[in-house]
Design a protein around this ligand. Structure first.
Ligand code: IPM
Ligand code: MG
Length: 352
């Protein structure tokens, strides 16, 4: 099959990990007989430097015309003095909004061989941990009105019923292929938006009698994630809570450098990115872990292209390479490690 992929290399370690993701895709194309066409698109800090805009209109257009968007990472200290509405991150948020990618899937899976990297005690983690955080991505305080003056600023938090309903459906559908349990996380004891959230999620769940739905306040969820992470399977939550809880969940797995994400909307066009940032402090040193990026490519194959076998092939290659003992610096626990390129090459060689 043939697909058009818009690639945003972005900033910091972005270009070096993007290169590894593309090499993995090229290997898949070769082994399984597909054709991937890459269109490089400027966004983030690099686009501010070149075009004075974190997402120039032509870049957005190119993304809209592709079958999927692959984004490495955007942002960095260099652009820290800009107001929030002009920062590199704004390009990412605008992309999510304009492409209506309302469903963000963030799997946090612990690899047995990497259990030493997990900061929690063995008995807390057990021998298996597989949590899927489903974060609403185009609403909430991220997209509400902003304003104020030098002495008082505000960011409006709001949710409409249809926004909650559509993300709840994504969570329930996904839970069907897993344990059937969904934990919805909100702050319904304080926030009006959360009250609506809880009501709509509960009402939508009536159409999914096979799903076991529970609710938890976000502060408690933050605690429970480190106290007893195994109680969670699918976590359904809003934009800002999901941002925070997914970082927390990722750390339980040992390294944020391992975790991919998919941002999906109503159509097949999705955006795929590692959940980590641009890590400018290690950029260009060969220290970055390319695994989150490579696994994001696997999610792209699965969710946008329906290439399940090919997605499995990448995930199995990553597992095999981890099992073989190969480590990048972030997961080496102070031991010996290989470079970004070497890790990428090992995974590519393991793709069957
Ligand atoms: C994430 C990031 C982004 C977010 C930033 C870079 C805008 O933290 O994808 O989790 O807050 O959504
Ligand atoms: Mg985040």
């Amino acid at each position: 099959m043939e697909f058009k992929i818009a690639v945003i290399k972005g900033d910091g370690i972005g270009p070096e990990i993007a290169e590894q993701g593309i090499a993995a895709l090229n290997r898949i194309a070769e082994v399984y007989g597909h054709r991937f066409h890459y269109e490089y698109v400027p966004a983030g800090g690099a686009a501010i430097d070149e075009y004075g805009d974190p997402l120039p209109d032509f870049a957005l257009e190119k993304c809209k015309q592709s079958d999927a968007v692959l984004l490495a990472a955007v942002g960095g200290e260099k652009w820290d003095d800009l107001p929030v509405t002009q920062r590199p991150e704004r390009g990412l948020l605008r992309l999510r909004g304009e492409l209506e990618l309302f469903a963000n899937l963030r799997p946090a899976i612990i690899y047995n061989e990497l259990k030493d990297a997990c900061p929690l005690k063995d008995e807390i983690v057990g021998d298996h941990l597989d949590i899927m955080v489903i974060r609403e991505l185009t609403g909430d305080v991220y997209f509400g009105e902003k304003g104020g003056d030098d002495t008082r600023m505000y960011d409006v938090m709001n949710y409409s019923d249809y926004e909650v309903e559509r993300i709840a459906r994504v969570a329930f559908d996904l839970a069907r292929g897993r344990s059937g349990r969904v934990m919805s996380v909100d702050k319904a004891n304080v926030l009006a938006t959360s009250k609506l959230w809880r009501n709509v999620v509960t009402k939508t769940a009536q159409e999914y009698p096979d799903i076991e739905l529970s609710h938890m306040y976000v502060d408690n969820a933050a605690m429970q994630l480190v106290r007893n992470p195994r109680q969670f399977d699918v976590i359904l939550t809003g934009n800002i809570f999901g941002d925070i809880l997914s970082d927390e969940a990722s750390m339980i797995t040992g390294s944020i450098g391992m975790l991919p994400s998919a941002s999906l909307g109503a159509s097949k066009l999705g955006m795929y990115e590692p959940i980590h940032g641009s890590a400018p402090d290690i950029a260009g040193k060969g220290l970055a872990n390319p695994i989150a990026m490579i696994l994001s490519c696997a999610m792209m194959l699965r969710y946008s292209f329906d290439l399940e076998r090919e997605a499995d092939a990448i995930e199995n290659a990553v597992k095999a390479v981890i099992a073989s003992g190969a480590r990048t610096a972030d997961i080496a626990g102070g031991g010996s490690f290989i470079s970004t390129d070497e890790m990428g090459k090992k995974i590519i060689d393991a793709i069957k």
